[in-house]
Design a binder for this molecule. Structure first.
Ligand code: FES
Length: 105
């Protein structure tokens, strides 16, 4: 699978991902800017905020309450397609596309 990251200026980068990793881990491993992930994936920092392409939203697990709450503490305001990338698993056969927030660098 691959994950494509677009930054707020429209620069796009597609990286190979490993099934079972999160989108956040994929970003960190590949040095993708725009995902800070201060807490390392324990759902307590909200610095792994991404906007998921609408057509990919259905491919992801539903949001838990905790993620929903954390999304109110992001540096750039949440939108209907906001998710925390540490909660998004990469799966075989599924390519994902996300945009990183402008303020999260
Ligand atoms: Fe901290 Fe996702 S990495 S909430």
């Amino acid at each position: 699978p691959t994950v494509t990251f677009t930054d707020s200026e429209g620069n796009q980068r597609t990286v190979d991902a490993t099934a079972g990793d999160s989108v956040m881990e994929t970003a960190v491993r590949n040095g993708v800017t725009g995902i800070v992930a201060e807490c390392g994936g324990s759902l307590s920092c909200a610095t792994c905020h991404v906007f998921v392409d609408d057509e990919d939203l259905d491919k992801l697990p539903e949001m838990e309450d905790m993620e929903d709450e954390m999304l109110y503490g992001t540096t750039e305001d949440r939108r209907p397609n906001s998710r925390l990338s540490c909660q998004l698993p990469v799966e075989d056969g599924t390519d994902l596309h996300v945009t990183t927030p402008k303020t999260q660098v």
